[in-house]
Design a protein. Sequence first.
Length: 144
Amino acid sequence: MQSKVGWGMARVFALAAMAALYSHAAAAGDPPRPREIEERKDDLMRQLAICESGGHGDSERPIYGGGGTYAGRFQFTIRAVISYVREMDGRMLSSSDALLLAQDYRQAAALAKYMIFVRGDLWNWPGCSHKLGLANHVTKIKAM
């Protein structure tokens, strides 16, 4: 487990990287390209994953929180994965398939992006949403 100082420094570096990306686009004066927007979304997903589970990317072992209630880097409930995936692309997942998706960083990040940028459902991550200022970042990215 990382110390509070370590977490604080990681957050400072992540926020500095986001600020640099925003200022670079503003200084360029050109409208951002879709790739730049996706990079900013991906960076925000990395920050959210770090806040929720202490890291980003795939893990060597499954990640659980809340006594097993939450799974993966984004700390999804299985019920949320099943519901949002069905809404997002029509797939009907079993509980075991939902758990596998939650543990797969790439798929989980894509689902979190859908939940945040399409649905606007920031409430799924109340603590980290507040801590990261998620709503503000989402607003800025959507305005690009």
